[in-house]
Design a protein around this ligand. Structure first.
Ligand code: C5P
Length: 218
């Protein structure tokens, strides 16, 4: 059976960078489940689907032609890797994340992805819902101010101009929604290791995880 390491936690806790680097270190596959919700959101926005309709979103996701190629996300033949990171997609993604039909289908995609090879996966519900029997589970946190600082720097680097205050407020709102979601709310699995990444570099976090993964006792 291929092994799975789950990394869950709030937006801006460093999950993506840590999970990607960890997967590289271990020689495992990397799965960014937020990108899955984002690509469905982009397709829904483009098609004019009613974002509040579980039925419409379920139909859309069933017909979607998405592929994951070495760090790229393709919608049909179009590379949408950058497009799914836009502010509009980020804002609308909560409707898609709240849709039971979408979640059901994406959980199937995630399990199918991890069935083929050892995988490091990151998201909100990976240790609780999608991979309850994962080999190792981690939950990364950081103070909301620190997460806002990191997100603000990323946005500036990618040329998106938002104020620090709006980034901080957006994270507060997203945290509240992620925790309160009726299905698959964000929470640490009972057997997850909690790591506060405030003040730590990505490499330091990765070292900690590697240490815990390569030890024989949990
Ligand atoms: O992590 P990221 O910001 O890319 O997530 C995009 C959206 O998908 C967010 O609304 C987040 O709450 C949601 N999500 C989710 N379950 C996951 C991963 C992300 O509901 N496993």
């Amino acid at each position: 059976m291929p092994r799975v390491v789950t990394i869950d936690g709030p937006a801006g806790a460093g999950k993506s960078s840590v999970a990607r680097r960890l997967a590289g270190r271990l020689g495992w596959r990397f799965l960014d489940t937020g990108a899955m919700y984002r690509v469905v959101t982009l397709a829904a926005l483009r098609s004019g689907a009613d974002l509040a309709s579980d039925h419409d979103l379920g139909k859309l996701v069933d017909d979607l032609d998405v592929s994951w190629l070495a760090g790229q996300v393709l919608l049909g033949r179009e590379d949408v890797t950058a497009a799914i990171r836009g502010v509009e997609v980020t804002g609308a993604s909560r409707f898609v994340a709240d849709s039971p039909s979408v979640r059901r289908r994406l959980v199937q995609w995630q399990r199918a992805f991890a069935a083929g090879a050892d995988t490091v996966t990151e998201g909100r519900d990976q240790g609780t819902i999608v991979f309850p029997d994962a080999f190792r589970k981690f939950f990364l946190t950081a103070t909301v101010e620190e997460r806002a600082r990191r997100r603000f720097a990323d946005l500036q680097a990618s040329g998106q101009s938002l104020s620090f205050e709006s980034v901080l407020e957006d994270l507060r709102v997203r945290d509240a929604r992620d925790v309160a979601r009726p299905i698959a709310p964000m929470k640490p699995a009972e057997d997850a290791v909690l790591i506060d990444t405030s003040g730590m570099t990505i490499d330091q976090v990765v070292e900690q995880l590697v240490g815990r993964i390569t030890t024989t006792d949990q």
